[in-house]
Design a protein around this ligand. Structure first.
Ligand code: SF4
Length: 279
């Protein structure tokens, strides 16, 4: 009971640490890290800025902890004498429409000393780590597999080194990943659909109660026709160019993210979102 009172009292350290919440639109540029999202409908909603998302203090902390673990591992790899080339933030595919930045590249590992590998590091909780260890990255974390495939394609490399870190006991799971042209072609074709489709793409599930849908930020828009945010990205006059840039053919101008969010009075909703309307 005492703890509960402390938690409810805004004059506590716990409250001060936990109160930071960011509510905003997605970052705006389509990234290789998100290309493995199974639900194409969800990717569309994100691409068209249909809803803002929330990042709370705990989530931000989880990201920070991930970076700490990555630094420790990077230092260990350097101490072993492997060549590390650092992260690259300018990876592109689909004529600059799909962007990425990797954790780095590595050369000199004992399994293939002369081969440069894309390096991908992920931190996981115990349950998730054990599942990855048991099934391998392709089956356990297909999104990470797709991310590495896209990095390899963009960097013209054929191998990746995947390292998962167990946050509970600091154990490592390591797997060499081979480039797979079939995976790359499939995900790039789906990504083009997300960018260009004028109609709504297939849902991951037709059941709102499906566990992945129940976690989805867009479930009310998807299943209950809840209204979407009004931005240039859902207007018939806008076209996606690349990165964060969209073009308005009515006003004849390129628009950055701020301009897209600002929107204008001429907004005309895309047919795909007619059942929802705007807020
Ligand atoms: S609610 Fe389910 S089907 Fe709809 S966008 Fe989200 S994940 Fe996809």
């Amino acid at each position: 009971m005492a703890n509960l009172i402390k938690f409810l009292n805004p004059e506590t350290t716990k409250h001060a640490l936990d109160k930071k919440v960011t509510i905003d639109f997605p970052r705006g540029y389509p990234g290789m890290s998100g290309a493995g999202e199974e639900c194409l409908r969800k990717r569309q909603y994100e691409h068209h800025f249909c809803e803002k998302g929330e990042i709370n203090a705990r989530t931000q902390r989880i990201f920070s902890v991930g970076h700490l673990f990555e630094n420790i591992l990077n230092n260990e790899l350097k101490e072993l004498g492997y060549e590390m080339f650092g992260e690259q933030s300018n990876l592109t595919l689909l004529d600059g429409r799909l962007l990425g930045h990797n954790d780095g590249t590595i050369r000199g590992i004992p399994e293939a000393p002369g081969t440069i590998h894309v390096l991908e590091i992920k931190t996981m909780n115990d349950k998730s780590f054990k599942d990855t260890e048991k099934k391998g990255v392709a089956k356990s974390k297909p999104g990470y597999m797709i991310q590495m495939q896209l990095y390899m394609q963009s960097m013209k490399l054929d191998r990746a080194l995947f390292i998962a870190i167990n946050k509970n006991d600091c154990n490592y799971y390591i797997e060499r990943v081979y480039k797979d042209k079939n995976i790359i072609d499939e995900v790039l074709n789906k990504t083009i659909d997300v960018f260009e489709s004028k109609i709504l793409l297939t849902r991951l599930s037709e059941k709102r109660s499906f566990y992945k849908c129940s976690w989805c930020n867009y479930k009310d828009i998807c299943f209950d026709s809840a209204p979407i945010e009004k931005t240039c990205r859902s207007c018939i006059a806008s076209n996606f160019i690349k990165g964060n840039t969209w073009h308005c053919w009515k006003n004849k101008e390129d628009m950055d993210r701020d301009k897209q969010i600002e929107c204008c009075d001429e907004h005309q909703l895309m047919e795909a979102f007619k059942n929802n309307g705007t807020k």
